[in-house]
Design a protein around this ligand. Structure first.
Ligand SMILES: Nc1nc2c(c(=O)[nH]1)N[C@H]1C(S)=C(S)[C@@H](COP(=O)(O)O)O[C@H]1N2
Ligand SMILES: [Mo]
Length: 263
């Protein structure tokens, strides 16, 4: 944007654009000082500079924010440390009752039948057969008490158990040089994650909540739990998992939420 364009815009609108850009950029930056620095220094001019777009019309603003978000995905990919563990908590800190959230209300929670359930595996994997629940339950299980952070402004600590996702990927012979793992869910939700996060030691193919079979509201029969990512990246009611190099997007991601979605 040329500096003069600013005059054509009301200050409120300029403020809105900068606020959107900050939302896309800042939650991902874990280092508090860098975050505070960016928060103070990111201006409308900065948005224009980062994106190379003319921010004086709506279409360009959309484009500018998308570019920033893609840029942000790359930055998050670079700074993601595959060995850095998210905090874990004592049992006494578990949030009870744990909040329910989905793109629909509690009256529409999907009821999946466990007996006929089959998990599909496709794409860049050696063993593409379907999985039954008891086969997953027979694999080594682990537990974690971690914090779930939703962009809607709440967070809660919960206890999840299941199969380390890296063990599962190894078992199906996933090509770990692929870029993405995609998920399709029983409620038409879908999302996708980067391979380094898929292989992170705390990424869990979750079968239990608080020591019980995962209840319907939290994603029966299984959800992917990642304490390194925001809530919307954690798919519930998973039905199909695919390994791919073609960007799969996601339900909220395709509506403008940042794809990497680190927390
Ligand atoms: N299948 C499916 N997974 C989903 C969602 C959804 O609507 N459908 N919502 C996401 C969002 S935004 C959040 S915050 C968490 C909520 O998980 P919870 O109900 O266990 O708290 O699920 C995520 N995974
Ligand atoms: Mo969320």
């Amino acid at each position: 944007m040329r500096p003069t364009d600013k005059r054509d815009m009301s200050n409120t609108r300029a403020d809105d654009i900068v606020r959107d850009a900050k939302k896309l950029l800042l939650p991902r930056i874990q280092d508090g000082s860098r975050r505070a620095f960016l928060s103070r220094t990111l201006t409308l001019g900065g948005v224009a500079l980062l994106s190379g777009c003319n921010v004086s019309d709506n279409a360009s603003v959309e484009q500018a924010l998308t570019k920033i978000s893609r840029f942000n995905d790359r930055v998050q990919g670079w700074i993601f440390d595959p060995k850095q563990l998210a905090p874990t908590y004592p049992e006494s800190m578990i949030t009870r009752p744990f909040p329910f959230n989905a793109y629909y209300g509690q009256d529409e929670i999907r009821q999946v039948d466990g007996d006929s359930f089959r998990l599909e595996v496709s794409g860049m994997a050696r063993d593409k057969r379907q999985w039954q629940l008891h086969e997953l339950a027979a694999m080594p299980q682990t537990e974690q008490i971690t914090r779930h952070i939703c962009v809607e402004g709440w967070s809660a600590i919960g206890r999840w158990g299941g199969v380390k996702f890296s063990d599962f990927l190894e078992r199906v012979g996933a090509d770990t040089t692929a870029k993405y793992i995609g998920f399709k869910c029983a409620d038409d939700y879908y999302t996708s994650i980067d391979m380094p996060t898929a292989l992170h030691p705390q990424t869990l193919l979750t079968l239990t909540y608080d020591g019980q079979v995962l209840p319907p509201e939290y994603g029966y029969p299984m959800k992917l739990r990642m304490p390194t990512k925001l809530g919307y990246k954690n798919p519930k009611h998973i039905q199909a998992i695919f390994v791919t190099n073609a960007y799969p997007g996601g339900y909220w991601e395709d509506q403008g939420y940042n794809w990497f979605g680190g927390s």
